[in-house]
Design a protein around this ligand. Structure first.
Ligand SMILES: C[S@@+](CC[C@H](N)C(=O)[O-])C[C@H]1O[C@@H](n2cnc3c(N)ncnc32)[C@H](O)[C@@H]1O
Length: 280
């Protein structure tokens, strides 16, 4: 059987965890690696779920490492981008959870969504370990595509944070860390990130923050409210209050959907361009 990744069941100590992970993420459970040809294997080691590269065993296995994530305050660029009134954030592209952890350590309550099964399994394990050692952290994990989950949230987040995969940079020589390389291999290039932003803009969150490299254009210039720019990274901010205020040019008895539709047509008319999809 050819698989991208499998879970290895080695010790009876982790049997329950392995079985439930394999069910939850539909990953084959094996005890003998020769049964299967896969590039990656998940296995528990010293109580930590790790991802091994079976084809390149010289590389250290990857896991969610809370100790490698620093601490930054609400005065950092990321903290400021989230806005003063924000309490609850959905990190809709959680990856290995480094930004989710930074945000939780700043005091935000975070819901971390990831759609790639192997990455989500590592994230889930890491969040459980981080929140058990730092008990003030409030991070909830969710597996699935944020384009579906954002419209079904049981809480109303103040902000949605998006950090889709960066487009290729101008300098091909820039060194990329091993975990990022593996994430790109497993997750791909996130070609649907504009779609994800449009879903976030339709959700109930007041603010959407998108992390971009400084060399890349904003995902949606049309409704961009502002940006905070650092040396390497830019946080593009989309604010729903501005959007709602703009909607007020139409009679209030019109539904929001109708006003949004009219606004889009109005903007289309103004800019004389035809967007591929919806708002952007
Ligand atoms: C660049 S990584 C995020 C890194 C993360 N911010 C961190 O600090 O570790 C992008 C991640 O977003 C995930 N992703 C992209 N689009 C998604 C979607 N629609 N739903 C859920 N996850 C998504 C990808 O699978 C990938 O793991």
């Amino acid at each position: 059987m050819d698989q991208q990744a499998v879970c290895i069941l080695e010790s009876p100590e982790h049997e329950l965890q392995c079985r439930s992970m394999s069910d939850r993420y539909s990953l084959p459970l094996v005890s003998n690696l020769s049964e299967i040809s896969a590039k990656y294997a998940l296995r528990y080691h010293d109580g930590v779920l790790k991802l091994w590269d079976l084809q390149e065993p010289k590389f250290r296995p990857i896991s969610f490492d809370a100790n490698q994530t620093g601490r930054i305050g609400k005065n950092s660029l990321l903290g400021k981008a989230m806005g003063k009134k924000t309490r609850t954030i959905v990190d809709a592209t959680a990856g290995l959870g480094q930004d989710a952890l930074l945000l939780a350590r700043m005091g935000f309550s975070v819901i971390a969504i990831e759609r790639v099964p192997v990455i989500s399994a590592l994230l889930e394990d890491g969040i459980a370990r981080a929140t058990s050692t730092e008990q003030h952290l409030r991070i909830q994990h969710s597996f699935g595509d944020a384009r579906d989950l954002l419209l079904k949230l049981s809480v109303r987040p103040d902000a949605i944070y998006l950090d889709p995969m960066y487009p290729e940079g101008r300098k091909k020589s820039v060194k990329v860390s091993r975990p990022l390389k593996v994430i790109r291999e497993l997750a791909g290039d996130d070609p649907d990130s504009v779609d994800l932003l449009q879903t976030a803009l339709r959700s109930t969150a007041r603010r959407i923050v998108v992390k971009r490299p400084v060399y890349a254009a904003p995902l949606c210039l049309r409704v961009l409210a502002g940006s905070l720019k650092g040396k390497m990274v830019r946080y593009d901010i989309y604010v729903r209050t501005g959007w709602t205020r703009t909607l007020s040019i139409f009679p209030s008895e019109y539904s929001v959907e109708r006003r949004q539709y009219l606004l889009q047509s109005f903007q289309l008319f103004q800019t004389d361009s035809v967007p591929d999809q919806g708002l952007c």
